[in-house]
Design a binder for this molecule. Structure first.
Ligand SMILES: CC(C)(COP(=O)(O)OP(=O)(O)OC[C@H]1O[C@@H](n2cnc3c(N)ncnc32)[C@H](O)[C@@H]1OP(=O)(O)O)[C@@H](O)C(=O)NCCC(=O)NCCS
Length: 211
């Protein structure tokens, strides 16, 4: 059971990251596939994400998951708020009965450098450089991962990453953890904190807010 990372961001809110080492049969015997996914690895990632929800909460009603037009998965009765992410051989999930949540699992790669101009503002460049000096790829990946987690937490789409989410404070914490405060201004402006955990070559970011 290769749980790679597990934490409880708030009471009753659980998060886990799984390193996928199993083949599809392991997951498909335990998890319903609710839509056709032709690419085998994407199908494996999808199944692993769903499976993790039941790992976090054995009573999680996987059969009742619906998918919105925005592609956000949800439960009609909101018995759980949840969010899923996958990247390479990793899958992550966060779920809660009473917190709104978002998660992103991101492999550190050059990809983020190519799209950096689309999501990093000048002020964020400076703040990141001060917090994580000399780690350009990790910095960019961390910020991208935080903004993807925020995107999923918001869940309604229509966000401009540079305009609606601005990192205003970055704090490094023990254990390769980082907390980033964001001004989120899509609707009524709010400050939200995103926690990230850095592993060699991998970044996991999540948000959980009451309500
Ligand atoms: C939705 C999005 C965040 C998914 O990210 P991704 O890198 O493709 O994949 P991840 O593995 O991290 O996440 C995929 C999971 O997110 C969830 N998801 C998909 N759309 C979602 C949405 N609109 N809201 C919340 N969650 C969503 C699903 O659970 C999906 O997994 P599943 O299909 O197996 O259930 C991404 O496709 C996206 O649209 N990002 C915003 C891009 C953007 O607006 N950029 C502008 C500035 S550059």
């Amino acid at each position: 059971m290769p749980i790679f990372f597990e934490t409880e961001p708030a009471t009753g809110t659980k998060l886990a990251v799984w390193k996928i080492e199993e083949d599809e049969g392991f997951f498909s015997s335990r998890v319903p596939l609710q839509r056709t996914i032709t690419h085998p690895h994407k199908r494996l990632q999808h199944l692993a994400g769903r499976w993790l929800l039941q790992h976090l909460f054995p009573e999680f009603p996987l059969d009742l998951i619906r998918v919105a037009d925005t592609r956000k998965p949800y439960l009609h009765d909101e018995a759980f708020h949840f969010s899923i992410s996958h990247c390479g051989d990793f899958a992550g999930a966060i779920a809660s009965r009473d917190h709104r949540v978002g998660i992103d699992v991101e492999i550190v790669s050059e990809k983020v450098q190519r799209i950096r101009h689309k999501f990093v503002s000048a002020g964020e460049e400076q703040a990141l450089d001060a917090a994580l000096p000399g780690q350009v790829l990790e910095q960019a990946t961390l910020l991208w991962s935080c903004k993807e987690a925020l995107f999923k937490w918001h869940g309604k789409g229509g966000l401009e990453f540079r305009e609606h989410m601005t990192a205003t404070a970055i704090q490094t914490l023990p254990g390769q953890a980082v907390e980033t405060r964001f001004a989120f201004t899509k609707e009524r402006p709010v400050d939200v904190d995103i926690r990230s955990k850095l592993f060699p070559g991998l970044c996991v970011s999540w948000i959980a807010t009451p309500g």
